[in-house]
Design a protein around this ligand. Structure first.
Ligand code: ZN
Length: 265
């Protein structure tokens, strides 16, 4: 979106890949070394790639780390580990605008000749992101207030909840690198049955089994909760689908969430 015709983007992690667990093999490492610029997220999202990024930095490889462009005051901490920031910032579009801005600044630094183009691309992308924010607010307002609870496989949606007024609960913490505890399942099942929450959600990059266990536990408490559909949490959809872009992915999530919690699925 920002680099436009001046860059060839070659992603390492495709649709449905979990970045918390992704390990770069030899092919991926040489792809990184052969690149002109490595762009990555930071905030420990790519939990197993820290050493690779550090060694590329040491070699003086050019990089863009989105974390560096974010206002620390806009970040959420891990509830269980206050030193660690929650990496899932892309679900608050206002923070993703900071990230987009950082990409434009860094590209202009590495390629000053085309700085004006990067700025122009940024400006038009920011307008699209404005429209996306309006869309999210409008759609979320359609959910009855007592149904504004989003329950998912892992805690990827806390920024989304904070920005758009939805209570968010995950079965696992902010990384998928841990099992859901039985007490988390039982607490959430009680919450769902008590509040009669219509739907819970699976994620494209996380196995379904924990969410199914939660559904069963809720049933045992006398309430049938639906699986409201699949959300894109930590990966885009297939490039040929609408969810293959950031904006399309967010819209797809919002539509799945809103339609299920309204009971119009
Ligand atoms: Zn995640």
């Amino acid at each position: 979106e920002i680099g436009g015709d001046h860059v060839d983007v070659s992603p390492l992690m495709g649709p449905g890949v979990d970045p918390h667990l992704y390990q770069a093999g030899a092919g991926a490492v040489s792809k990184l070394q052969d690149s002109d610029i490595v762009a990555h997220h930071g905030l420990h999202l790519e939990g197993k790639m820290g050493d690779i990024f550090r060694s590329l930095d040491k070699q003086g490889h050019r990089s863009i780390c989105l974390e560096d462009g974010l206002d620390p005051l806009s970040l959420l901490s891990d509830e269980n580990n206050p030193e660690v920031h929650d990496p899932h910032v892309w679900f608050d579009v206002s923070i993703w605008k900071q990230a987009a801005n950082h990409v434009a600044v860094q590209l202009a630094l590495y390629d000053p000749e085309n700085a004006a183009d990067y700025q122009e691309n940024l400006d038009s992308y920011l307008m699209e992101l404005d429209a996306l924010e309006t869309y999210i607010h409008d759609r979320v307002s359609e959910i009855p207030e007592d149904q504004r609870v989003l329950i998912t496989a892992h805690d990827a949606f806390r920024y989304f909840g904070r920005a758009y007024g939805i209570e968010v609960r995950g079965l696992q913490g902010i990384s998928t690198d841990a099992e859901a505890s039985t007490s988390a399942v039982s607490d959430l099942a009680t919450l769902i049955a008590t509040k009669k929450i219509r739907a819970i959600f699976i994620e494209s990059s996380v196995p379904i089994k924990n969410v199914e266990a939660l559904q069963d536990a809720t049933k045992a408490r006398g309430f049938d909760v639906e699986i409201g559909g699949e959300l894109y949490s930590d990966a885009l959809g297939d490039p040929s689908s609408d969810a293959g872009t950031y904006i399309g992915m967010v819209r797809a999530n919002v539509d799945t969430i809103v339609n299920s919690l309204k009971g119009e699925k």
